[in-house]
Design a protein around this ligand. Structure first.
Ligand code: GLN
Length: 465
């Protein structure tokens, strides 16, 4: 099923929006993979209103009747937005994020908020206060993260589209682990207003679907110029479905894959994709990156520094959880933050605070920014010669839940090809190469070349499956 066919069914009265929404909610309520935190109470009411709209022959929105799930760090008015944390366990925003308004304007239905790594920090769902999410392809395994529940809600066929956020791979990596499509748009194409910040120069709302065409359709709706987000685009961006001709397109691939510790299966799927692109007539050239190997270190410094500053607002006074017994304001801050945040969040706040501390002139942070610039220049310059860069999405396949609890570093490392995109402010999409647990590939394009990126991915997907 895809957006177009489902909307056709509504229009031809083969199924009502209400009936469809009921079916979706029934699946969601089972919460088979622990992928949901909160279910929307008024989805059925809204579905009825939409059916009425159809009956009255009114103009229908671009996502008419389509059920959508949202990662639980995207604010929904009157509907809990927990960020997967005890800190916001009972937090109900008083307004909708701009992306939510955009979805509603085009007649989508928000059905549920999805489980996630706490404050989007993690790659597995294991840092969620609400417990880990299971991968539908193999329930012993992680689904990836941090937008874990969103990926699973699409992979388990509950909904056709879900919104997550991606700061360093949090949509592309779970998309790959769950064998669906995940798109990270160029920074600024989608408003971040009402989306809880993790690392604000890297964060973007990002999309999951079963196919690229649905990603394009959803992008048309969620992308907007937003005066409420000063970093958002100033002119509308055009997303359209077009035929992408791979013939004579130049694609950069990785020469020395071995230094990145890529699992064999993932490597094989990567080479399979490259062969396919050659068959399409692409010109493939192997590139040896200079700065990519430092990407995880750079990401760690920039991300933790920004996160420590963004999360300072959770102090027990302004939002969320408040410790019960305290002797002074300082004691309140300390107790609230020690009790409200989990271990991974505390680790990153501690690291970021250290990187930003004035006592050594913020040496590490500044070094991180310099290296970020070098990496950015290296990758961006490649687009003078190439149309696209192709990498594996992740370096490995999903591991078993709980098996890496003592190995935080190896978990960070598997996202190396994702973080480079956020750090260099590019756009990228992860597309499966074959069905089942397997490696996906990531196409990367220059900033604002999103429409070509998506249409290339669409052509690739159609021929490889
Ligand atoms: N795995 C990365 C991290 O834990 C990704 C986070 C993200 O994109 N939100 O930092």
């Amino acid at each position: 099923m895809d957006i177009k066919s489902l909307m056709e069914k509504f229009k031809n009265r083969e199924i009502s929006v209400e009936e469809n929404t009921k079916n979706v909610l029934e699946k969601i309520k089972k919460n088979e993979f622990n992928h949901y935190i909160t279910i929307s109470e008024d989805a059925i009411e809204r579905a009825k209103e939409l059916d009425k709209k159809l009956e009255d022959n009114q103009q229908l929105g671009k996502l008419f009747g389509i059920c959508v799930t949202l990662k639980d760090n995207i604010s929904t008015k009157g509907l809990k937005t927990t960020c997967g944390s005890k800190m916001l366990e009972n937090f109900e925003p008083v307004y909708n994020a701009t992306v939510v308004e955009n979805l509603l304007k085009e007649d989508a239905i928000i059905v549920a908020k999805t489980n996630m790594d706490e404050f989007a920090m993690g790659s597995s769902s294991e840092t969620s206060y609400f417990g880990a999410v299971n991968n539908p392809l193999d329930t012993k395994r992680i689904p990836g993260g941090s937008s874990s529940g969103s990926a699973v809600s699409v992979a388990a066929n509950d909904v056709l589209i879900s919104l997550g956020t991606d700061t360093g791979g949090s949509v592309r990596q779970p998309a790959s682990y769950c064998n669906i499509v995940g798109y990270y748009p160029t920074y600024s194409l989608i408003s971040r207003y009402g989306v809880v910040s993790m690392a604000n120069t890297l964060d973007q709302v990002a999309l999951f679907a079963n196919n690229v065409e649905d990603i394009i359709k959803t992008s048309q709706v969620v992308s907007s110029c937003d005066p409420k987000d000063m970093t958002s685009i100033k002119n509308e961006y055009e997303f359209s479905i077009e035929n992408y001709d791979f013939n004579d397109k130049k694609i950069a691939v990785i020469k020395n894959l071995d230094i990145y510790d890529v699992e064999d299966v993932v490597k094989e799927d990567y080479y399979r994709a490259i062969e396919e692109l050659k068959n399409f007539g692409c010109i493939i050239e192997e590139i040896e990156f200079k700065y990519v190997k430092y990407a995880n270190a750079i990401y760690n410094v920039v991300m933790s520094s920004e996160a420590s500053s963004n999360l300072s607002r959770f102090d027990g006074i302004r939002y969320g959880y408040q410790a019960e017994n305290y002797d002074s304001i300082e004691d309140l801050f300390i107790k609230t933050r020690s009790e409200g945040f989990g271990e991974e969040v505390q680790r990153r706040i501690a690291l970021g605070t250290m990187y930003l501390s004035a006592s050594d002139g913020q040496k590490v942070y500044k070094q991180g920014l310099k290296l970020r610039k070098l990496l950015k220049d290296e990758l961006r310059n490649l687009f003078n010669d190439f149309d696209l860069i192709l990498t594996p999405t992740t370096t490995d396949l999903p591991y078993e839940i709980g098996s890496r609890n003592d190995d935080a570093l190896s978990v960070y490392d598997s996202g190396i090809f994702n973080v480079i995109v956020n750090l260099a402010t590019l756009c990228a999409i992860s597309v499966p190469v074959r069905r089942g647990l397997s490696g996906s590939v990531q196409f990367i394009a220059n900033a604002f070349d999103d429409n070509n990126l998506l249409n290339a991915a669409r052509s690739f997907e159609r021929s490889i499956r």
